[in-house]
Each structure stands twice: as structure tokens, then as C-alpha cells.
Design a protein around this ligand. Structure first.
Ligand SMILES: NC(=O)c1ccc[n+]([C@@H]2O[C@H](COP(=O)([O-])OP(=O)(O)OC[C@H]3O[C@@H](n4cnc5c(N)ncnc54)[C@H](O)[C@@H]3O)[C@@H](O)[C@H]2O)c1
Length: 364
């Protein structure tokens, strides 16, 4: 079958790096419905894939190439037989806290993994029409805040001394939603810095060579399918496992940290839209749930669901964490025709049902 051009994009071959991960697996069926061939390039990293096996949820039509995106040979081998029309670049190290102690690992996969891919596409004269990058809200750091007298400020990174002293918030100011159109990126974690580097590298390269770069910045993604063995990501899964075990969930800082938890099926729709929409958006697109919650509220919902004791505040904190984060999703509606569909309560139901059905739940 030849490549068909439908609605502005070439529906031939889609390569998905990190395609066996949480978001890649959730998006795999929709991509396989759209493209003639979908090839996932994933090294089945042991921190994410405890058994190092093909995930059960990865659509059977997806060809899985087990390989490392940071190695030039991965790309030389792939591109000698495969000419991607669209690339969805998901492969990454994703641990915000871990990136402080393993910054080389994060830089290597997130930055060098991206540049190896781009160099190989040029070397093999195999430029796709578009590359979708899943960036992160981590690029914003603490984001923009509005002071009581109306000025917009960018608070400095919270220091260890201020956190040790329990100074969690910015006095006299309120956080604003994160929007690529108005919020200046200022990462406060190594992970966030590598995601911003990915964005900048991709845009510079793609715009120069006539490839469309589509950058989506995701808030906290959660839901069925997220690795239960990775101790560095997945706060909602962790909370569910704690509550399921009858424990009271410990809350960092004062429990009033705000996050935007967006359900995996909503994110999969957004990534699919970014890969297939006829007119690739020029704007960076923020993806979130359209609402924000305190961590305390999210934990209470989970505790109520499992009949566990109520969460408790510990006053501990994690370096590299920001105080508040949520997205303005109006651009996503305008340029991708995408809107979030699920509330946190519905998402918690789905996540807990999935966890309860797992044969193997790693020890806490
Ligand atoms: N999950 C979230 O909350 C979230 C939020 C913002 C952004 N993102 C971004 O979305 C993307 C996907 O995240 P996810 O939640 O699916 O993470 P994930 O860890 O489940 O998936 C990442 C996949 O990449 C693979 N991988 C890691 N290093 C690799 C390498 N060197 N070569 C090949 N494959 C490699 C892993 O095996 C894994 O399957 C990442 O780029 C991440 O930065 C995720």
C-alpha cells in the first residue's frame, strides 16, 4: 500500500520514540488506526519497565524496536529501512527529583537523544513532515504570579533555607495559570531545563530545515497504565497504593501545593491530535485538565475512595518541586480542537480500578 495523503498529513509511517511508555502505549491504538505503520523505538528502560517486556497495552499493530535513542546506531539501523512521515518524540528521563542527582543521565537521554535523532534524519536524508515533542510544565518553574497591587512577577527559585523555614508561598502574590503565550519559561529542575533545551533544539533545527515542530507542554499526567515500579514519577499511583494499603497519605509542604492532574486518555487524544491535525500549530500548546487541585484534596479523594485514614501534613519537601502549577488550555482548544473530558474524581475511579486489577503491585 502506498502512502496516502489525507487531510494535509502523510499517513504513511509514524515513529514514536519512548513508544512503549505510559503515554506512548495509551496513544498507540489511535496512531495505528491513523498510520499505515507505527514503529515504537524504546529501550524498555528497567526503571519504567520492571519486566522489560512489551507492555500488554501497546497496540498489537505497533512494531517495537528495542533500542536506545542516544545511540547513533539505533537511528542508522532504523532509517536504513524506515522513512518516517511523522515522529512523536516521547523518549525521556522524567524524574524531577532524580534529575538533581542524575543530571548527566537526564541530559544524555533528553538532550543528546534528541540531537542524535535529528542528526540521523539529516544523515539519511529522511526528514519527516513534522515532529511532535511532549514537553513539560517543568519548563515554567514557579511560573508567573500576580502581586496584590496587580504587577506580574516571576518569583525566584525557592531556596533550601526558605523551604527549611517553612516559607512555601510567595508573600503578597497569587499564582497565575501557565500559558506558553504569556508565561516565560524559567525551569527550577534539571529535568525542566533539559525539556526546555529539547524544545529549543527541536524548533531551531526544524524551522531551519522545513519540518513542522509541534510542542505540547503537559501538566501532571496520571491514570491507568502508568509504571507502578518507577519510584520517581506517578504521585497519584503512589497515593492510590498507599491508601489501598490502609495508610494515611503523607503530604509535603503544608498540603496546599496545587497541581493540574490530567487523565492519560485526555493526553493521548491531545498527542494524537498534535500528530495528525492538518494544520500543525505554530504555537506551543499547554495540555492540562482545565482545573487545579491542592495535593491535599487529591489525596483526600483517594483516601475516601479506599476508606483509608485521612492524609496528614508532614512539612517535608522535595527539591526541584514548584509550589503551584496548572495550565491555561485555551490555546489547545483553538489550535488542536482539544478539550479535557475527565474530572479528577472520574480519573481516580479509573486509576484505582486499574491498580486493583493488577496481578503484581510492587511493595511500597
Ligand atoms: N507523565 C507525565 O506526567 C508527563 C508530564 C510532562 C511531560 N511528559 C513527557 O512525556 C514523555 C513521555 O512520558 P511518559 O509519562 O510516557 O514516561 P514513561 O517513562 O512512561 O515513558 C518513557 C519511555 O521512554 C523510554 N526510554 C527512556 N530512555 C530511553 C532511551 N534512552 N532510548 C529509548 N527509549 C527510552 C522508556 O523505556 C519509556 O518506555 C516524556 O518526554 C516526558 O518528559 C510526561
Amino acid at each position: 500500500m502506498g502512502n496516502a495523503r489525507v487531510a494535509g498529513i502523510d499517513r504513511g509511517v509514524c515513529v514514536v520514540t519512548g513508544g512503549a511508555g505510559f503515554i506512548g502505549t495509551a496513544t498507540s491504538a489511535a496512531l495505528a488506526d491513523t498510520f499505515r505503520r507505527v514503529v515504537a523505538v524504546d529501550n524498555l528502560h528497567p526503571q519504567v519497565h520492571e519486566s522489560r517486556e512489551r507492555p500488554a497495552g501497546l497496540d498489537h499493530r505497533v512494531e517495537l524496536v528495542q533500542a536506545d535513542v542516544t545511540e547513533a546506531a539505533t537511528w542508522d539501523q532504523l532509517l536504513s529501512t524506515t522513512r518516517p512521515d511523522v515522529i512523536v518524540h516521547l523518549a525521556a528521563e522524567t524524574g524531577t527529583g532524580q534529575s538533581l542527582s542524575e543530571s548527566t543521565r537526564h541530559a544524555s537521554v533528553n538532550v543528546v537523544g534528541t540531537t542524535q535523532m535529528l542528526d540521523a534524519l539529516v544523515r539519511h536524508d529522511a526528514l519527516p513532515s513534522r515532529i511532535v515533542l511532549t514537553s513539560s510544565r517543568a519548563v515554567y518553574g514557579e511560573g508567573a504570579w500576580r502581586t496584590d497591587d496587580g504587577a506580574v512577577i516571576y518569583p525566584a527559585q525557592r531556596t533550601r533555607a526558605s523551604l527549611d523555614g517553612g516559607e512555601w508561598d510567595v508573600p503578597g502574590a497569587q499564582p497565575l495559570p501557565m500559558s506558553a503565550a504569556t508565561t516565560f519559561p524559567a525551569p527550577v529542575s534539571v529535568y525542566g531545563a533539559t525539556k526546555l533545551a529539547q524544545e529549543n533544539i527541536l524548533r531551531a533545527w526544524a524551522n531551519s530545515l522545513g519540518v513542522a515542530p509541534v510542542v505540547v507542554r503537559l501538566q501532571n499526567v496520571y491514570g491507568p497504565g502508568q509504571s507502578l515500579s518507577n519510584p520517581y514519577t506517578g504521585i497519584m499511583s503512589l497515593f492510590c497504593r498507599m491508601a489501598r494499603a490502609g495508610r494515611s497519605i503523607p503530604l509535603y509542604e503544608d498540603g496546599q501545593v496545587r497541581r493540574d492532574f490530567v487523565l492519560i486518555s485526555d493526553v493521548a487524544r491531545a498527542v494524537h491530535a498534535a500528530a495528525t491535525i492538518a494544520q500543525p500549530p505554530l504555537e506551543t500548546v499547554d495540555i492540562g485538565s482545565g482545573e487545579h487541585q491542592t495535593i491535599a484534596r487529591a489525596a483526600e479523594l483517594i483516601a475516601e475512595h479506599y476508606g483509608a485514614p485521612m492524609p496528614h501534613v508532614t512539612g517535608q519537601f522535595r527539591e526541584g518541586d514548584v509550589r503551584h502549577a496548572w495550565a491555561d488550555v485555551t490555546t489547545a482548544a483553538e489550535v488542536l480542537g482539544w478539550r479535557p473530558e475527565f474530572s479528577l474524581r472520574e480519573g481516580v475511579e479509573q486509576l484505582s480500578t486499574w491498580i486493583d486489577a493488577q496481578e503484581h503491585i510492587p511493595e511500597l
